[in-house]
Write a protein that binds this ligand. Structure first.
Ligand SMILES: O=C(O)CCC(=O)C(=O)O
Length: 287
């Protein structure tokens, strides 16, 4: 990752590396998607638009489990996992050592496919995917790497972001989230098939504009995390104190003691308790 890339990444929260896939690699990845056309799932109409007018449209096509496709069709996607361009950039962006957290997933689009409301930007603040910079080193807990299998021209739609939003000190206005009144801060980068996009998933405001091109969208998203970050995964079954430590160690503990014995678990939905202290100075357990 050269100094210009580092400057752009730190300043904007995203980076495009051009012309990474060869024509043969691109053809093999597109052929794999063509082969599994019948496995492409179509989401609900307006599914990602929520209360937005601008983002309305037909359901989004996606193809998942790309690493598990039969040989040779999984190969183009497995080759992307630890591609030199990924290693060179993620070792700087995430700090040395990174891992695949989830994905890859193909996000498709045909003319009229709806968008996705903007999200990220530390809403709510999630330190495991936040961005910070210390001792002359950038660090981002969650970085998504998107390989473009088709061109994305200006105005086509697809991935959009608010450059610099990973450093914003203010909540995102509703009009920006829905793109109904985006204040001119939302950018849709143009990319060619074979280009690779890195963005600060979680830290940066990003989402999807409706797809407007006559040609289809095909983007392959790999959700990476720094080695010590957890964005998803088996925590639901591993994090319980009896599993993370062991039955004997937590045997007979009070609920308060047990509450601090959970393993790391970032994508929980409130099932992990937390402790507070009430006005009397008594520790309470909340969820
Ligand atoms: O590439 C896109 O359309 C945006 C994807 C997105 O919002 C996400 O991965 O969280």
């Amino acid at each position: 990752m050269d100094e210009h890339e580092r400057y752009f990444w730190d300043l904007t929260g995203y980076l495009i590396v051009r012309n990474v896939l060869t024509a043969d690699e691109l053809a093999a990845a597109n052929e794999a998607v063509d082969h599994y056309t019948d496995r492409i799932r179509i989401g609900e109409d307006n599914g990602g638009a929520r209360d937005s007018q601008f983002l309305r449209g037909t359901g989004r096509p996606t193809l998942s489990n790309l690493l598990q496709l039969e040989q040779p069709y999984c190969k183009p996607f497995r080759n992307m996992l630890g591609h030199p361009a990924v290693v060179l950039h993620l070792n700087v962006m995430c700090g040395k050592r990174f891992r695949l957290d989830h994905g890859p997933l193909m996000i498709g689009g045909i003319k009229g496919t709806g968008g996705l409301t903007l999200h990220g930007a530390g809403e709510t603040h999630r330190p495991h995917v936040a961005y910070n910079h210390q001792n002359d080193a950038p660090y981002c807990g969650g970085v998504t790497v998107t390989w473009q299998l088709t061109d994305v021209n200006e105005g086509d739609g697809g991935f959009v972001c608010v450059p610099g939003s990973h450093k914003s000190k203010h909540p995102m206005p509703k009009g920006v989230r829905t793109c109904d009144d985006d204040l001119g801060v939302v950018v849709q980068p143009s990319m060619k098939a074979g280009d690779v996009l890195f963005f600060m998933d979680g830290a940066q405001t990003h989402g999807t504009h409706p797809w407007r091109s006559d040609k289809p969208r095909r983007s392959i998203l790999f959700k990476y995390a720094s080695q010590s970050s957890v964005r998803s995964g088996p925590a639901a079954s591993l994090a319980r104190p009896e599993t993370w430590w062991n039955e004997k160690l937590v045997e007979g503990m009070t609920d308060t003691e047990r509450a601090v014995m959970y393993g790391p678990y970032s994508n929980h939905h409130g099932e992990v308790p937390f402790l507070t202290v009430d006005e009397d100075g008594t520790v309470q357990i909340e969820k």
